[in-house]
Design a protein around this ligand. Structure first.
Ligand SMILES: [Fe+2]
Length: 212
């Protein structure tokens, strides 16, 4: 159908078909160039502890995110996007200072989401970048960024889309040290969120009702 339309005689049809072709090519191109492993390898060229932890943690989060998305087909989530974004959500950790996970950068660890988002925006993946900068805790509100004086842009960085919320939620079940290889229980997730704020506990309960 596309072939005949593109080669058809009517200009209007050709114009529509050309736009459709450009749209399809753009989307096929997007799928073909999103290679999360290549992006990880670009920023983590050495096979060291830092990379081993990043890849293991990201895989755990990605697998759990995919499992939750499969449990809820009614949410209509893009599985490829879920996997890619979950595998890249912590790409910025190498720029931060966190000696227990082998990170020797200059920036505070709280900035890793935003720093990773900057990298992914530079790579041409603005939607994946949003998952990076909105996954810390249950998201960083503008008020919290301002009152904590974190070196971050003073704007809201809370997960908004369903995919952003699901990956943020899945991430809370894992850490990069104690819960690297096994998942926290939901009760343990609640306990860890209670150390942040009552609002964070309420948020994970809301997400549990949606995603578990
Ligand atoms: Fe994470």
């Amino acid at each position: 159908m596309l072939f005949f339309a593109v080669n058809g005689k009517k200009n209007e049809t050709t114009s529509f078909s050309t736009r459709l072709l450009v749209y399809l090519q753009a989307n096929i191109f997007r799928i073909s160039i999103m290679d999360y492993q290549a992006i990880i390898d670009k920023y983590y060229p050495e096979d060291n502890e830092q990379k081993r932890i990043l890849v293991k943690h990201s895989r755990m989060v990605a697998d759990f995110s995919l499992e939750l998305a499969r449990r809820h087909p009614e949410l209509g989530l893009d599985m490829a996007f879920i996997e890619e974004a979950a595998m890249l959500h912590d790409i910025g950790i190498f720029l931060t200072s966190a000696s227990d996970i082998g990170c020797t950068g200059d920036m505070p660890y709280i900035c890793h989401g935003f720093l990773g988002a900057e990298l992914l925006r530079k790579e041409g993946f603005p939607q994946h970048a949003r998952v990076c900068e909105r996954h810390t805790g249950t998201g960083l509100t503008k008020e919290r960024i301002v009152e904590s004086e974190w070196p971050l842009p003073q704007r809201d960085m809370s997960p908004e889309t369903t995919a952003e919320q699901l990956i943020c939620f899945a991430d809370k079940f894992f850490s990069k040290v104690k819960y690297l290889h096994k998942s926290r229980t939901f009760e343990q997730v609640e306990e860890s969120m209670a150390r942040i704020s009552p609002e964070s506990v309420a948020k994970v309960r809301e997400w549990a009702a949606l995603f578990l």
